[in-house]
Design a protein around this ligand. Structure first.
Ligand SMILES: NC(=O)c1ccc[n+]([C@@H]2O[C@H](COP(=O)([O-])OP(=O)(O)OC[C@H]3O[C@@H](n4cnc5c(N)ncnc54)[C@H](O)[C@@H]3O)[C@@H](O)[C@H]2O)c1
Length: 346
C-alpha cells in the first residue's frame, strides 16, 4: 500500500485519520477527496497542509468520472471512505443527499475499485445501522434494523460493500463506530453544539427526556481503530468500534456544563426527534480479540480536553456558526425552544 485515497477526509473523523496517518506513515501518501459540503472544512487539515505526503482534491464520490480520474492520476491502491451525509436531523428534513452520497457514492467507489483493480477498500459505517437495543450489546452478526433515513442509507452502503466482496472478491472491510466526539467536529452534533452554545450562555435544546443512551468514543481512538482494520483486518469482515462508555444524553450535557462552570438552568427539554433511538450499544469483543484494539482514552479526560479545545479555538467554530448554520438552527430549534421546558420543570 502506497497511495491512500481518503474520501470525506475534510470532515471530523476523516481529518483526524489523515492527521494521524500523515504524521505516522511518511511512506504513504494520503490523498483527500472531498466535496466540501457544509460539513467539510479545509481548516481541519491545516496541520498537514505542507506535509509532503498529503494532497487534496475536491470532488463528489457519486461522480464516477471524477473518482476514476483521481484514482488513476495518483495510482491509488487503497480507499478509505469517510464521505457521508452524517446528521440524523438533516436526514429527516431532506433525505435525498443521504441516498446519493451514502448509497450511490459508496457504489461508485466500489465499482471504480473493481474496474481499476484497486486492492483495498475500507468503509466507515456506524452503530446506528443496528437500530436501538434496550438491553445487551450488538454483535457484528446481528441483523441491521436502521430507523432513520441516515441509518438506513448507511446500511444500504454497507450492503453494497458486502456484495462487492462476495461477488467480485474485492478486499473490503467495514467498521461500525459509535458516537464519536473530539476537536474539529461540526457544531451541529450534540457535544460541540452544547459546548459552543454553553460558552455563549445560550440555552441547550435537549431532545425528549434526555434519557437516550449513547456509547461515547473519542475521535483519536476511532481513527486508530480504522488504521488497525485497514492494515490488519480480514477481507470481507465487519468490526464494531465502541468507546465502552455508555451515558444518557442528560449526563453528557451535565458534564459539559459542569466542566465549563455553567448552570444547569441552561438546559431546555424540547420536542423529541421523530423515531429517536433509545439506546445504542455494541460489543468490542471481535476487534479486541482479533486485532488487539481497545480504546485508549477515558471519557472524562477526553471530554475535558475536547471542551478545552473548543474554548481555545473559537477561530475554528465562530465562523462556522453563521449563514447556513443559523438557517438550520432556526428550522430545527426555534419552535422547539419557544415551547420548551426549563430543566427542573416550570
Ligand atoms: N460522527 C460520528 O459520531 C460517527 C460515528 C460513527 C460513524 N460515523 C461515520 O464516519 C464517517 C465520517 O463522519 P464525520 O462525523 O466525520 O462526518 P462529517 O459530516 O464531519 O464529514 C463528512 C465529510 O464527507 C464529505 N462529503 C459529504 N458528501 C460527500 C460526497 N458526496 N463526496 C465527497 N465528500 C463528501 C463532507 O464534505 C465532509 O468533509 C461517516 O461515514 C459517518 O457515517 C460517524
Amino acid at each position: 500500500m502506497k497511495n491512500i485515497l481518503v474520501t470525506g477526509g475534510a470532515g471530523f473523523i476523516g481529518s483526524a485519520f489523515v492527521r494521524r496517518m500523515v504524521a505516522k506513515y511518511p511512506q504513504y501518501t494520503l490523498i483527500v477527496f472531498d466535496k466540501l459540503t457544509y460539513a467539510g472544512n479545509l481548516d481541519n487539515l491545516l496541520p498537514v497542509k505542507d506535509a509532503p505526503n498529503y494532497r487534496f482534491e475536491r470532488g463528489d464520490i457519486a461522480d464516477r468520472a471524477a473518482v476514476q480520474r483521481v484514482c488513476e492520476q495518483y495510482a491509488i491502491d487503497a480507499i478509505v471512505n469517510f464521505a457521508a451525509e452524517s446528521h440524523v436531523d438533516r436526514s429527516i428534513l431532506e433525505p435525498d443527499a443521504f441516498i446519493n452520497t451514502d448509497i450511490v457514492g459508496v457504489y461508485v467507489l466500489l465499482d471504480v475499485a473493481r474496474q481499476l483493480g484497486i486492492p483495498r477498500l475500507h468503509h466507515v459505517s456506524t452503530d446506528e445501522v443496528y437500530g436501538s437495543i434496550e438491553e445487551g450489546f450488538f454483535r457484528e452478526t446481528d441483523p441491521l434494523q436502521p430507523n432513520s433515513p441516515y441509518a438506513a442509507s448507511k446500511a444500504g452502503g454497507e450492503m453494497m460493500v458486502r456484495a462487492y466482496h462476495v461477488t467480485y472478491g474485492l478486499h473490503t472491510t467495514v467498521t461500525r463506530g459509535s458516537n464519536t466526539f473530539g476537536p474539529y467536529q461540526y457544531p451541529e452534533k450534540i457535544a460541540p453544539f452544547f459546548i459552543t452554545e454553553a460558552i455563549d450562555d445560550r440555552p441547550l435544546p435537549l431532545y425528549g427526556d434526555g434519557m437516550q443512551v449513547r456509547d461515547w468514543l473519542y475521535v483519536d481512538d476511532h481513527a486508530e481503530a480504522i488504521e488497525v482494520v485497514l492494515l490488519h483486518g480480514t477481507p470481507g469482515e465487519v468490526y464494531n468500534v465502541g468507546g465502552e462508555h455508555e451515558l444518557h444524553n442528560i449526563e453528557v450535557t451535565r458534564f459539559i456544563l459542569e466542566t465549563l462552570g455553567k448552570p444547569e438552568s441552561l438546559i431546555r427539554y424540547v420536542a423529541d426527534r421523530p423515531g429517536h433511538d433509545r439506546r445504542y450499544a455494541l460489543t468490542n469483543d471481535k476487534i479486541r480479540r482479533e486485532l488487539g484494539w481497545e480504546p485508549q482514552h477515558t471519557f472524562e479526560d477526553a471530554m475535558r480536553s475536547t471542551i478545552a479545545w473548543y474554548r481555545e479555538n473559537e477561530w475554528w467554530w465562530r465562523k462556522i456558526k453563521t449563514g447556513e448554520y443559523l438557517e438550520f438552527y432556526k428550522m430545527q430549534y426555534a419552535e422547539r425552544l419557544a415551547n420548551a421546558q426549563q430543566h427542573g420543570g416550570a
